[in-house]
Design a protein around this ligand. Structure first.
Ligand SMILES: Nc1ncnc2c1ncn2[C@@H]1O[C@H](COP(=O)(O)OS(=O)(=O)O)[C@@H](OP(=O)(O)O)[C@H]1O
Ligand SMILES: Nc1ncnc2c1ncn2[C@@H]1O[C@H](COP(=O)(O)OP(=O)(O)O)[C@@H](O)[C@H]1O
Length: 627
């Protein structure tokens, strides 16, 4: 580090301290019954003013970009929400703004109902303090433990334990003391070091602004005193400059700027930078803002950088200090807070958005889920709504990152469902898994084209999908026989057969079916690399996995064949007697009965087995392949 950088760091830390005096972001956790609304209402009332100037700006912003018509879109103020905003998703967190003469405040008010994880994760990712409300009559509840666990997971270091409704327990010190002792134990388990407990009656205003005469035994700060004076400790690591590129600004041939919000460190014109993941270097030409060029830019500032060299940098890349760049990795251990209505299934691909970058990712393994009430690790094969798991993640490409504990902006991510575009998880990166870096592609001298040429054919994957008894095997067999007779090199992968060997460890739960299809798709890929025409005959009931299989192949190579047979017909055929068993309750998770079949939306071929014979349908497939 140079002297200039040392000075920068000193200025930056001064500014950081100053800014934190200026603005405090906090979240409130608890249910309406705990008195949360009363507390917030009271705080707003006590402080009287809303952020007048900011409100005006927000109003004009909302009209330009908002999604709320003429209403103010508070979400626009929160950088933490940008990902959700781009997805057009509304999250049930109310942001409120107020100020006293000492400070400005942004409160994320998270409802206490069962959607709490999603709301809290959103509100907490930018908060410095969590106000955890407890009803003095009820003490610590399971909900208190859950909220506190998520607070700790999301890196909030300060908790204001608001022991409310003290008036209803006669302002009894013993009640307060017991709750506080219990909470301190919990906080210690969770690694929350800074806890300020305050006895309160939000309704009567005890210890809200003034210390109350009703609690003479309490000599700590009032709620407003605490919020006005708390200096949040920052445990984030001092990092070199990092700018996740939100967009590339190229109004004309002469100007090429990279715009984003500085996630860490500071930067000056002339500083050497590296673009990641490409690793190309340059130095900063200008730091452009709406208010003119800057000599220096720091964490939290929105800027546009221009560089001295023409580098190919796109949205989602990170421009970083060339002497202290972040790591780039494609496998991680991470905490995942699942918010999807459908469970998280290992092996299924999701979009992962980190900073401004979106990549394809899947969970390769759930190491454990955490019982949010006891913090105990539990074995898990999938994650349900509101569950938290520690998982291994695999990304389809390397991303620049920091551990979440070191930098929230560079280590926090969301997972997005690829079909519905819904945000289904929030996550925090713990560390990169190194093993990925040690595996390299082995170059093969005889390539796929050479193998296909010698066979005189174009490799294809014919993917037959449909209910049990729909006719997949019957038709695939006919196609195989005829292609073989015509001299083609083919192979059939059939669910029933593959499940006797490679996949004999798998059953019929959703997660096992995902893994079943993932493996068979990879095998089909190897076979097509060998130059074969592969016929895959699996129920493959989920769109997500059929799509995953398709994406392994070049355009045109993958042919989805939907064997379209109504459930009633398949059930009537009942070739193996399985429908009867399933109806009798002797077979669980049977497709079409108590396990879903998601009908293909854009299969290359749809074969109706009711109106046409198996022979004719097989011929249609052959015509498609050989035509
Ligand atoms: N619960 C349940 N649900 C569906 N199918 C069941 C089940 N239990 C056993 N079987 C038999 O397994 C065959 C389906 O295996 P697949 O590997 O094709 O299924 S999947 O793609 O993983 O959904 C399927 O074969 P097909 O009838 O040829 O489709 C059944 O014979
Ligand atoms: N048009 C048709 N196409 C395919 N199979 C048909 C047709 N009409 C009747 N069937 C009968 O339906 C059953 C389908 O069973 P199978 O091919 O094993 O289905 P799957 O492999 O999808 O479980 C067979 O007994 C087959 O003779």
């Amino acid at each position: 580090m140079t002297r200039a950088h040392d000075a920068d760091a000193a200025v930056a830390s001064y500014l950081a301290r100053h800014e934190s005096r200026d603005l405090l972001r906090f979240i409130t956790c608890g249910s309406v019954d705990d008195g949360k609304s009363t507390l917030i209402g009271r705080l707003l009332f006590e402080s009287r003013a809303l952020f007048a100037d900011q409100l005006a700006a927000l109003e004009s912003d909302s009209r330009r970009h908002g999604t709320q018509g003429d209403e103010i879109d508070y979400a626009l103020l929160l950088d933490g929400l940008s990902a959700e905003r781009e997805q057009g998703i509304t999250i049930d967190v109310a942001y409120r703004f107020f100020n006293t003469d000492k400070r400005k405040f942004i409160v994320a008010d998270c409802p206490g109902h069962e959607q709490y994880t999603r709301n809290m994760a959103t509100g907490a990712s930018t908060a410095d303090v969590a106000v955890v409300l407890v009803d003095a009559r009820k003490g610590l509840l399971a909900q208190t433990r859950r909220h506190s666990y998520i607070v700790s997971l999301l890196g909030i270091r300060h908790v204001l334990l608001a022991v409310n409704k003290m008036d209803l327990v006669g302002y009894d010190f013993a009640v307060f003391d017991e709750i506080v002792a219990g909470y301190r134990e919990l906080a210690a388990q969770l690694g929350i070091e800074h806890v300020q407990a305050i006895p309160l009656s939000a309704l009567r205003g005890d210890n809200l602004r003034e210390r109350s005469a009703n609690t003479p035994w309490y000599d700590g700060p009032s709620v407003l005193d605490y919020l006005e004076t708390i200096e949040p400790v920052r445990t984030e690591r001092e990092l070199g400059f990092r700018l996740p590129v939100q967009w590339v600004n190229r109004p004309n041939q002469d100007f090429r700027g990279f715009a984003g919000t500085v996630a860490a460190g500071s930067i000056r014109p002339g500083d050497e930078v590296v673009a990641l993941p490409s690793g190309r270097r340059s130095s900063v030409a200008r730091i452009v803002t709406a208010d003119g060029d800057l000599d220096v830019a720091r964490e939290g500032q929105a800027i546009t950088l221009t560089l001295r060299d023409e580098l190919d940098i796109s949205r989602g890349d990170v421009i970083a200090d060339a002497h202290d760049p972040p790591q780039v990795a494609d496998q991680f251990a991470a905490h995942v807070l699942w918010m999807g209505e459908q469970p998280l299934l290992p092996g299924r691909p999701y979009w992962l958005k980190i900073g401004a970058r979106t990549v394809s990712a899947s969970v390769t393994e759930i190491k454990h889920k955490t019982d949010v009430n006891t913090q105990e690790p539990l074995a898990a094969k999938h994650l349900e709504l509101n569950e938290v798991g520690f998982c291994n993640l695999y990304l389809d490409q390397g991303v620049p990152f920091e551990a979440y504990a070191d930098n929230r902006a560079m280590g926090g991510f969301i997972l997005i469902d690829r079909q519905t575009s819904a945000t289904v998880a929030a996550g925090t990166l713990a560390f990169a898994l190194r093993r990925a870096g040690n595996i390299h592609w082995q170059h093969l001298d005889v390539d796929k084209a050479a193998r296909a040429r010698i066979k005189g054919q174009v490799p294809r994957v014919l993917w037959f999908t449909g209910l049990s008894g729909s006719g997949k095997s019957t038709i695939a067999n006919l196609v195989d026989k005829r292609l073989h007779a015509m001299g083609y090199h083919t192979f059939i992968l059939d669910g029933d057969n593959v499940r006797h060997g490679l996949n004999k460890d798998l059953g019929f739960t959703a997660e096992d079916r995902v893994e079943n299809i993932r493996r068979v798709a990879e095998v089909a890929k190897l076979m097509s690399d060998a130059g074969l025409i592969v016929l895959v005959s699996f129920i493959s009931p989920f769109r997500a996995e059929r799509r995953m299989a398709r994406e392994l192949f070049a355009p045109g190579e993958f042919v989805e064949v939907h064997i379209d047979t109504p459930l009633a017909v398949a059930e009537q055929r009942d070739v193996k007697g399985l429908y009867a068993k399933a109806r009798a309750g002797q077979l669980r998770n049977f497709t079409g009965i108590d396990s879903p079949y998601e009908v293909p939306e854009a299969a290359e071929l749809r074969l109706d087995t009711v109106s046409e014979s198996a022979e004719r349908l097989a011929q249609r497939v052959i015509d498609y392949v050989t035509g």
